[in-house]
Design a protein around this ligand. Structure first.
Ligand SMILES: C[S@@+](CC[C@H](N)C(=O)[O-])C[C@H]1O[C@@H](n2cnc3c(N)ncnc32)[C@H](O)[C@@H]1O
Length: 209
């Protein structure tokens, strides 16, 4: 992190109670002021999705994790502007933070919209969704909880479907190995809008514990 960014982040921390740079589980109930279901978005980018979800579903709570500084600043500003009370932003790497920030079986829904596909073979190891990461999500997900993933990258979608097939505590909501190619009635992320506009194929994967 550069010195410039460090100062900005300190400023954000001081001025915004919606921004969390933390390494242990806060008392989420106290923090939100209610016991509403906790939903997590991993890699929110510039935050369109979490902002819209927060507005649409006022009786649920939304936590976003990302390490993209510019996106974090944008989303924090918009949470304040729209006076959204049910969204909090966590700074950091989801792989490190999720095990520290949540108890077992406390997440209601997990959204991963357009995770970086790292298309070059030598970069595949950098992909977020791997069997070990899925295990972490399964542990934190309550019974009946759901995981929603969207990607435009076919090979990554197939790899993800394969990993999930081996996770016995989860079932594919659309049938084994099946994905949806359209989704209505749910906010669209920035990347999603971009891919739809470009006529790209999108793979929506949905799992339930
Ligand atoms: C391709 S962008 C998609 C952004 C947004 N979800 C959308 O659909 O418009 C991927 C995002 O995931 C974030 N990201 C990648 N790896 C991450 C990780 N390990 N933990 C948290 N965020 C991560 C990136 O910083 C980036 O903002």
């Amino acid at each position: 992190m550069s010195f410039k960014n460090l100062i900005s982040f300190e400023e954000i921390s001081e001025n915004s109670s919606n921004f969390l740079d933390i390494d242990s589980r806060p008392n989420w109930e106290e923090l939100f002021g209610n016991r509403n279901p906790l939903n997590l978005e991993i890699g929110f980018g510039v935050g369109n999705f979490i902002i819209e979800m927060g507005i649409r579903e006022p009786s649920e709570n939304f936590i976003g994790i990302d390490f993209y500084h510019k996106g974090i600043r944008k989303v924090i500003t918009r949470i304040a502007k729209y006076e959204i009370c049910n969204a909090r932003i966590v700074y950091g790497d989801a792989k490190e933070k999720i095990p520290l920030l949540f108890n077992a079986e406390e997440l209601n829904r997990v959204y991963i919209n357009f995770p970086d596909p790292w298309p070059k073979k030598r970069h595949h190891k950098r992909r977020l969704i791997k069997p070990d990461f899925i295990k972490i999500l399964v542990e934190k997900l309550k019974r009946g909880g759901e995981i929603y993933i969207a990607t435009d990258h076919e090979a990554y979608a197939m790899e993800i479907l394969d990993f999930f097939k081996n996770e016995l505590l989860l079932k594919n909501k659309n049938g084994i190995g099946v994905f949806l190619s359209q989704k209505q009635g749910i906010p669209k992320s920035k990347y999603e809008k971009k891919f739809i506009q470009a006529g790209e194929r999108i793979f929506y994967l949905e799992f339930e514990k």
